[in-house]
Write a protein that binds this ligand. Sequence first.
Ligand SMILES: [Zn+2]
Ligand SMILES: [Zn+2]
Length: 71
Amino acid sequence: MAEVYERVCVTCGSTGESVRFEQCTICNHLYCLDCAYKAGHGRRFCSPECARAYYFAGETDDDEDTELDDD
Ligand SMILES: [Zn+2]
Ligand SMILES: [Zn+2]
């Protein structure tokens, strides 16, 4: 199941066999662990922007009060 993906860090451009990459769950770019943005709870992203996007997407407060306007 080896997905052939270019192993280049999206942040620093680092490549190589010895570099450990992770894939950003937001933008699917690869980033090396040196560049990982640690967002807490063990979550890592390629950038603070992606971390923000993750938390915005995950915490939608859909607490809409559907009031029936009975007139
Ligand atoms: Zn990097
Ligand atoms: Zn990202």
